[in-house]
Design a protein around this ligand. Structure first.
Ligand SMILES: [Zn+2]
Length: 112
């Protein structure tokens, strides 16, 4: 297993994550565009609001691995995945270049 994370590393990772969250495009939820997302999917490298994070959780960890920016502990590897993704705009244009043709299944999920 991986070694335990030192407090210093944890603090550093939180700082990097908060900086990434301010990056243009990352200040809004990747899925629904709401302001100030406080969650993120580190497998996809996108920032999400709490509602969309819940939807991603239901998709399963094989599709999206979700963590809270403020409440969860982040490993350096996960931070690196967030950094390498290029952020919400880059990831969205790669995964879903035609959102008009392929809208995200947002509202439908609430009724279940
Ligand atoms: Zn959202």
């Amino acid at each position: 297993m991986s070694e335990r994370q030192s407090k210093a590393t944890q603090v550093k990772n939180e700082r990097i994550l908060n900086d990434l969250a301010k990056y243009p495009g990352n200040d809004r939820c990747a899925d629904c565009n709401s302001k100030n997302p406080r969650w993120a999917s580190y497998s996809l490298g996108i920032f999400l609001c709490i509602r969309c994070a819940g939807i991603h959780r239901k998709l399963g960890t094989h599709l999206s691995k979700v963590k809270s920016i403020t409440m969860d502990q982040w490993s350096s590897a996960q931070i690196e995945m967030m950094r390498e993704s290029g952020g919400n705009i880059v990831v969205n244009s790669r995964i879903n270049p035609n959102p008009d043709k392929h809208p995200l299944p947002l509202a439908t999920d609430d009724e279940q």
